[in-house]
Design a binder for this molecule. Structure first.
Ligand SMILES: *Cc1c(COP(=O)(O)O)cnc(C)c1O
Length: 386
């Protein structure tokens, strides 16, 4: 068997080691000045003027805190795609709120705004759209709908750090926007996340939620100190990002433009190589403004297992994003609309390897394997119908 091409390879190196050593030398290991610097740099990178950034220990905790600061309460409904990662669902149910599953559209695999409108009910508090694979969903349509119904929007931009819409980065505008810096995302802090919010007042409440409801303490920790006098003003968690993780995050942020440019290039090569192939559907984007988190193709659902096995035998690993959430035990009885596009897409989608600065030898191995699969498929008439 040839060497395996993994789906994900983190873009770490000697710069990561240096970031860790520098943070250890500083001697303040927990949340501190480096955390605050990371927050500031994220805001600058996004062009988020007047929109504060809160760094968290995961993207999941960022989503949880965004829902809390949006005022989502037990019993409230949050409209969310079933075509999603389970983190979003757990963040909603952690509050005692109810996820309501809504369908997506075929072109960008994000929310279908007309379907979202149909799911709004008296208990609806927020809409949680996902920019799948880094490709923007119809976010203008979502905000229009949210304004008309006085709903909050929590954008899941965990796949879309660095994606722009008409020249404006996702997160620079809008309501609450969440990012993830977990090990496989476009930039990593090993684990980490962020919420971009609307005001100093919201940031204040987010800081309390992030650190055990403790007042004043964040300002002291940002000076690598501790306050020994404090009040506890709200429910809180330990969702802070440490100086060490922030230092790694900063070293990644220094390199993000190169990461994204190289990923775009590989995605364009994939699209060009696969676009004309019979039985393979490619993402409907030119990637011009997209920061690609994953590259996916769609194959007929009755051929997906064959496709995955075929690629594995040629050293190409694959993933599946996502198993639809409404099929999981914990979520199958929740309220939902019709999900025909979700069910179709989830049965056809396959994630191919995509790395920052992916060596051409590896992307070519992927391209050759997919081409060979397309060549060896039986003619359409001879294939079984699902
Ligand atoms: C990565 C991810 C998250 C959560 O981020 P973590 O940092 O892994 O907690 C949430 N939603 C989606 C769609 C993701 O891909």
């Amino acid at each position: 068997m040839p060497d395996q091409v993994p789906v994900f390879v983190p873009a770490t190196g000697i710069h990561t080691v240096k970031a860790v050593v520098d943070a250890l030398d500083l001697g303040w290991l927990g949340m501190g000045a480096t955390t605050q610097l990371f927050e500031r740099r994220i805001g600058e990178y996004l062009g988020a003027v007047g929109r504060p950034v809160l760094a968290t220990n995961t993207g999941t905790s960022a989503l949880h805190l965004a829902l809390l600061v949006a005022g989502v309460q037990p019993g409230d409904e949050v409209i969310v795609a079933s075509f999603n990662y389970v983190a979003d669902l757990q963040a909603i149910t952690a509050i005692g709120a109810e996820p309501v599953f809504c369908d997506i559209r075929e072109d960008n695999l994000g929310f279908d705004v007309d379907r979202v409108a149909e799911m709004i009910g008296p208990r609806t508090k927020a809409i949680l759209p996902l920019h799948f694979a880094g490709i923007p969903c119809d976010i203008a349509g979502i905000y229009e709908l949210a304004r008309a119904h006085n709903l909050r929007v929590i954008e899941d931009a965990t796949h879309a750090f660095g994606t722009s819409i008409n020249g404006t980065k996702i997160g620079a505008e809008g309501d609450l926007v969440c990012f993830s810096f977990d090990p496989v995302k476009v930039i990593t802090a090993i684990d980490g996340g962020a919420v971009v919010c609307n005001s100093a007042e919201e940031l204040d409440r987010l800081q309390h939620f992030r650190f055990l409801g403790v007042d004043k303490d964040t300002a002291e920790r940002y000076k690598n100190q501790r306050s020994w006098e404090y009040d506890v003003v709200s429910q809180g968690f330990r969702y802070h990002l440490t100086n060490i993780n922030a230092s790694i995050g900063l070293s990644q942020l220094d390199r993000v433009d190169g990461f994204i440019a190289s990923r775009r290039q590989t995605c364009r090569e994939y699209n060009a190589a696969f676009r004309e192939l019979d039985g393979i559907a490619v993402p409907q984007t030119d990637f011009d403004e997209v920061s690609p988190f994953i590259y996916f193709v769609r194959v007929p659902s009755d051929e997906r297992l064959t496709f995955i096995d075929f690629l594995r035998a040629r050293g190409v690993q694959t993933g599946i994003h996502f198993l639809p959430a409404h099929t999981f035990t914990y979520y199958r009885d929740r309220r939902r609309g019709p999900l025909p596009v979700t069910e179709k897409v989830a049965s056809e989608i396959v994630t191919l390897p995509l790395h920052s600065h992916m060596p051409t030898a590896l992307s070519n191995q992927v391209i050759e394997a997919v081409r060979e699969f397309a060549r060896t498929r039986r003619p359409v008439g001879a294939r079984s119908r699902p």
